[in-house]
Design a protein around this ligand. Sequence first.
Ligand code: HEC
Length: 180
Amino acid sequence: MDSFEWNKIVAVSLAGILLFVLLNITAESLFEIHDPEQKAYIVEGFTAPVEDVVEEIISDLPSLAILLASSNPDQGERVFKRCQACHTINQGGAARVGPNLYNVMGSVVGSKEGYNFSTALAEYDTPWTFELMDVWLESPSAAIPGNRMGFAGLKNVADRAALLLYMRGQSDNPQPLPSE
Ligand code: HEC
């Protein structure tokens, strides 16, 4: 073979290698998925997964006992204005659309004499604890399905705590506040 022949062989091999490299690069950029260098939700200083962080925030929310201890019955009396269309809460007060609520904390659900409760409440057969009343006032229809209280609920947790304190005071025998 003369040198011209050799040059041709080298040129063809080089072209082949070049083609191979080019195809490889194209294929890589087409098909290879690179992991993002950083996860989008990582916040400076946090290394825990999101669910753990959310759980921690929830467990840090003040408990009902703490909310009640730092709440004010006078504020609760103002919140009670939202109930007055249907309830009185003074001793011996008349029933309106709903029953009179004097002494209600600690009494059995749906047991007030002289009021015709729905079966949902009449058969509930559990005393009104602070926790139950809190859940009831947040959303009556969700707390005890099938009841007749036409009230959407109080979403504000501080309003509910103040109202619970006020209701507790409207009683012959105020219930002990829940402890931690
Ligand atoms: C639109 C009228 C209406 C409003 C407003 C209303 N309620 Fe009632 N409530 C009722 C009715 C009716 C019942 C009886 C429901 C049943 O028998 O199912 C009831 C029942 C109750 C009971 C159960 C009483 C018992 O003896 O077991 C409590 C406690 C109560 N309401 C508290 C409240 C509070 C506190 C508010 C204000 C945040 C409020 N309600 C707002 C109509 C109302």
